[in-house]
Ligand binder design. Structure first.
Ligand code: GLA
Length: 731
């Protein structure tokens, strides 16, 4: 560790391919010199500061600063402020300047801690901040952690503090983010930034279907495989704001952080307040390059597996679309038996098992088995499931309460509400105020009791509404406190039951972020199990999260969410690229359908070590998309045709393979197929037959530059290939 306070110090922290360079000058605001490609030698940057090169323009302030790391309000740094604080409407001008810094390196990180403070002697306000920038060498993810300290002796109102501010060079002039809604998550949209910038705000109290907390900054020419990209992700499951605004230097500044409701954050003297971390990652290998770095980071540093490593992801049967709330024991027994016979490994009992739950209008909050549906409790069903060789999982929605429940009748004051106003229900439910110790304690005891009494190894933790009227009894907004209390409850349960895995669900993918992922093991990506819809939903989610944590289920045909029907093979091929499961009444499958499903489940088991540990890439074809996961010597590729072909023959698919092995011959085999070729004669059938029988030999060059040859297929078709070394020479 080095301590310094010398003027004009440049500090560089390095990833493998990227770096951040910060300029520190005691008494001046901290500034950015660079974020992007790793710079080996910085002759110019060392000698010349930005402000020495710039000339004072007309119609500007008589001060000149570099590119600010924490633009403040009212001090003449004319940029969107990253910090807004005041004392009951007074003393809103701030200027946080450099005091000292520390540089710390470990085997895997290079980090920099900047200590900032307001240097005024006039203001009643005294604020300090600590910004920690940590570059993770292995993953090329830069994590920014900001802490704000009220070092004065009056109470401060904090209206805004960005988690991080990052310079976006002028050539990264496009932004991609995700829009969505229930059953239609992670739809990527891309647009030019323009001269007025871009912003996204989420006030729904959870990460949301509409505005998941992430974006990418791109060159106009950045594709899936090439060009520069910066990914940004806020590890936070509540309200947030992102903005990219032009800076007077010609670059833009990306800011991301929590969004505070009016009056939500007050700092009493001596309070130190840390906001959710912002993670950014730069790549020059296109969107896939940036995503792969995020995947790697989530695998290495976010996910916390019991005993330190992920066990093979078991195939799920989730009962929701099979029986909804109609829990009838003989039916559930039969469902479990059929599930086990087709290869299912974990049986998850969804909504409907607790009292007063014939539909979604009542019961939430009463977390014990319904004595009518389960006269001897849950144990007989669990025993049955375990005897069949499967694990048992249970659905809960702890943060919620129905007004029609024992819990609400006893504790109407436990729900977040605005006194004097009508209760704002959503799906007939209210949100419990988890910040009340008695509420969190009640939930901990109820869930912990279930987990202690029964061999339950999995919880599907749901959260089916946005927050509104998120006020406590004193009328204070509790959005932020609610998220922290949730993290606290999850963490307490994880400590008490370390072998239990948790799925984060919020009406499908309404709460998917690295904040909640520290305490969970899987996301329920979407309530939409229509396989055509799923291609864009899973493809979008895969831009941010690794494949093994994205729940992907084979649903019924027609799909309950869209009414569209696809073949069993197609539904299976799409669900293969995720944490595979089934969400259908498998009792009703005829033998032919059951055997198709069983064959794909077998394929999943055979390939999950590649699917769940490999490097994922995606690309577009004229008629659909392809997904590829590769390890050192094995690759699996899915080619999905969604629409009518654009040409009479399918263009070969050029695969950006990166094999560590120097084997030159690669055998491509057809592992699975859904749908029919569009062909008159035998020729293409011969080709697929050859791929299916012994496979076809390619070199890596051919696969990369000539491409993998595939026939035109009908809409809603899929081809799944393996690529394996024929003469491996790897160690
Ligand atoms: C939400 C979930 C579904 C299911 C239902 C149960 O919609 O996303 O998967 O668990 O709740 O009510």
């Amino acid at each position: 560790m080095t301590q310094s306070s010398t003027p004009h110090t440049l500090m560089q922290i390095n990833g493998r391919h990227s770096c951040a360079i910060i300029q520190f000058q005691k008494g001046a605001i901290p500034t950015w010199r660079h974020y992007g490609a790793r710079i080996q030698h910085t002759a110019l940057v060392k000698k010349w500061s930005d402000t020495a090169i710039w000339r004072m323009p007309n119609s500007s302030m008589d001060r000149m600063d570099g590119i600010p790391l924490l633009p403040c309000f009212g001090n003449g740094v004319m940029h969107v402020p990253a910090l807004l604080a005041h004392q009951d409407g007074r003393d809103a001008v701030q200027e946080l300047v450099c005091q000292s810094y520390e540089q710390n390196n470990t085997d895997s990180t290079e980090s920099l801690v900047l200590h900032l403070a307001d240097n005024t002697s006039q203001s009643q306000i005294s604020l300090a901040a600590e910004i920690t920038l940590t570059m993770h060498r292995e993953t090329d993810v830069l994590s920014i952690q900001t802490r704000i300290i009220n070092s004065g002796n009056s109470v401060l109102q904090l209206d805004k503090i960005a988690s991080g501010v990052v310079p976006i060079a002028a050539h990264l002039s496009e932004v991609a983010s995700f829009h969505g809604l229930w059953a239609h998550e992670f739809q990527m949209q891309r647009s030019p930034l323009g001269r007025t910038g871009w912003q996204m705000q989420n006030r729904q109290g959870r990460s949301s279907h509409e505005h998941p907390p992430a974006c990418f900054l791109l060159e106009p020419t950045t594709s899936d495989h090439a060009g520069q990209a910066i990914a940004a992700h806020l590890a936070w499951s509540g309200n947030h704001q992102f903005s990219v605004d032009p800076h007077l230097s010609g670059c833009c500044l990306l800011q991301a952080g929590e969004w505070f409701a009016p009056g939500e954050v007050r700092l009493t003297p001596g309070d130190s307040f840390e906001v959710a971390p912002l993670h950014v990652s730069w790549s020059d290998k296109g969107l896939n390059g940036a995503s792969q770095q995020l995947h790697q980071h989530a695998r290495l540093l976010v996910l916390q597996w019991h005993n330190g490593s992920m066990s093979p992801r078991p195939v799920h049967l989730n009962t929701w679309e099979a029986v909804y709330w109609n829990h009838d024991l003989p039916v559930l027994y039969e469902l479990a038996e059929r599930a086990a016979s087709i290869g299912i490994e974990r049986f998850v009992l969804d909504d409907g098992w607790f009292p007063g739950r014939p539909n979604d209008r009542s019961g939430l909050g009463d977390w014990w088995p319904d004595p009518l549906k389960y006269p001897d409790g849950l144990q007989p069903l669990i025993d049955h499931v375990l005897k069949l060789g499967m694990g048992f999982g249970l659905w809960v929605e702890p943060e919620m309460v129905n007004p029609d429940s024992e819990l609400f009748r006893q504790h109407p004051d436990w729900a977040l509400q605005s006194s004097g106003r009508d209760l704002q229900t959503s799906r007939y439910q209210l949100v419990l105020n988890l910040s009340l110790p008695e509420v969190s304690n009640y939930l901990f005891c109820k869930i912990s009791h279930l987990l202690s009494q029964h061999p339950i190894s999995y919880l599907k933790w749901d959260m089916n509404r946005d927050l509104a009227q998120a006020q406590n009894a004193e009328g204070r907004m509790m959005y932020r406190a609610q998220v922290h209390a949730l993290y606290g409850l999850l963490s307490q349960l994880r400590q008490a039951h370390p072998n239990v895995e948790i799925e984060s669900c919020a009406s499908g993918g309404g709460r998917m972020d690295w904040g909640v992922l520290q305490y969970s093991h899987r996301f329920w990506t979407s309530d939409n199990n229509d396989a055509v819809s799923r291609v864009s939903i899973q493809g979008g989610a895969l831009r941010l999260f690794p494949l093994e944590i994205l729940g992907a289920h084979v649903g019924p045909a027609p799909a309950h969410s869209t009414g569209r029907a696809q073949s069993m093979d197609f539904r299976c091929a799409v669900a293969l690229f995720g944490h595979m499961g089934v969400e259908a009444d498998v009792r009703k499958l005829d033998d032919a359908q059951a055997s198709i499903l069983s064959r794909w489940i077998g394929l999943y088991k055979q390939w999950r070590h590649v699917l769940h540990h490999g490097r994922f890439s995606q690309g577009q074809t004229a008629n659909g998309v392809w997904w590829m996961v590769q390890t050192q010597d094995q690759t699996i590729v899915g080619v999905f045709t969604l629409d009518h072909p654009q040409s009479l023959h399918h263009a070969p698919i050029r695969l950006p393979l990166m094999f560590a092995s120097d084997s030159t011959q690669w055998c491509v085999r057809l592992l699975g197929r859904a749908g029919h070729e569009r062909a008159r004669g035998e020729a293409t059938t011969l080709w697929l037959d050859a791929l299916q029988a012994d496979g076809v030999i390619y070199t890596v060059d051919e696969l990369q530059h000539l491409g993998l040859n595939v026939p035109n297929m009908n809409p809603e078709s899929a081809l799944v290939f393996s690529i394996e070394a024929c003469n491996p020479t790897y160690p």
